[in-house]
Design a protein around this ligand. Structure first.
Ligand code: ATP
Length: 312
């Protein structure tokens, strides 16, 4: 899949007084699932809409396989997109919708059944769309995105409306699609949704790039030199370790997170003072924690801007 790239180059987009995207640049490589994350209003949808030719950039470029969307000769075969859950006429059957889409792009009708099977909608798609749940409409939207077997996929909040089993299914599918060599960009405002799915993350806030990083690097950086200590004698342990210069935070009913002392030294100190403990080990940050650290400033800005607006 040679044209499997997504490039955003110094993209700027303004809506009236709102600068939705402010000089954003990043690139999505083939064969990866890249999570596109940021707080509400960060500019994710606007960036995806620019990539799909739905919002014209004020400056910069948004390219699929090196070209702007309007220059793609066969868009359905070059990029698949899921922006909103499919809005279908309630009397229309999902399968008929896809057959029409396939026909209008010169794709064989047999392709419809292939993609319906891929998204687990073979039976449901024969029913009228009026009875579809949000999750079913998401699956149908994904089937439409896959119809042209495109090398690039742009999915805006694809797990929206899916139950836990559906979320697991979506994760596996996204990983499979990337393993086939596609560039997959998946937006979410919930970092936990991207755990175990994304290889790479593009984090934005206020329309600007906050981080463009491998998930593994981000987790390593966020984990820092913190040590996780499990003990029933929390108070005793806290007193002992803070007296030795450590910073200690209570992070669970029987868990402390310690900064400023190595795990080995902590064990020595606890043993010497006869403080019982169950476990001492490196603290492994979750993706959610890493994300909260990265986006704290962006969220605070948004919150205070909101308050100013209300006050004035
Ligand atoms: N068509 C529009 N007209 C006016 N303002 C818009 C328009 N589209 C987006 N905006 C504004 O641009 C900013 C970025 O919005 P965008 O929808 O791109 O963010 P997002 O990161 O996708 O957020 P969410 O997670 O809430 O979907 C917001 O302040 C939004 O209100």
């Amino acid at each position: 899949m040679s044209d499997a790239t997504i490039e955003v180059l110094d993209l700027r987009k303004r809506f009236g007084r709102t600068l939705a995207v402010d000089g954003l640049s990043f690139r999505v490589e083939p064969g990866t699932v890249t999570g596109f994350v940021g707080p509400n209003g960060a500019g994710k949808s606007t960036t995806m809409r620019a990539l799909l030719g739905l919002d014209a950039p004020d400056e910069g470029a948004a390219l699929i396989g090196g070209r702007p969307y309007h220059a793609l000769r066969t868009p359905l075969l070059e990029v698949g997109a899921l922006l909103d859950a499919a809005a279908l006429h309630p009397a229309r059957r999902g399968r008929d919708h896809l057959r029409w889409l396939a026909h209008s792009h010169g794709l064989p009708a047999g392709r419809v059944d292939e993609v319906l099977q891929q998204v687990g909608m073979e039976t449901a798609a024969r029913r009228r769309a009026g009875g579809y749940s949000l999750g079913m409409r998401q699956r149908l939207g994904l089937a439409a995105a896959l119809l042209g077997d495109p090398p690039v996929l742009l999915l805006d909040e694809p797990v929206n409306g899916l139950d836990p089993e559906g979320i697991q299914w979506m994760r596996t599918l996204l990983r499979t699609l990337a393993a086939e060599g596609r560039a997959v960009l998946v937006s979410s405002h919930l970092m936990s949704e991207l755990e175990d799915t994304a290889d790479h993350l593009v984090v934005i806030g206020r329309g600007r790039l906050i981080a463009d990083t491998a998930v593994s690097d981000l987790l390593a950086a966020a984990s820092g030199d913190r040590v996780r200590l499990r003990t029933d004698a929390r108070t005793q342990a806290m007193e002992l370790l803070t007296a030795q210069g450590a910073t200690v935070a209570v992070t669970g009913r029987d868990t402390l997170t310690v900064t400023g002392l190595q795990a080995r030294r902590i064990v020595e100190l606890l043993n010497a003072a006869d403080v019982p403990f169950a476990e001492v080990g490196a603290h492994r940050a979750t993706l959610e924690e890493a994300y909260m650290e990265l986006t704290r400033d962006a969220v605070e800005f948004t919150a205070s801007a909101g308050i100013d607006e209300v006050a004035s």
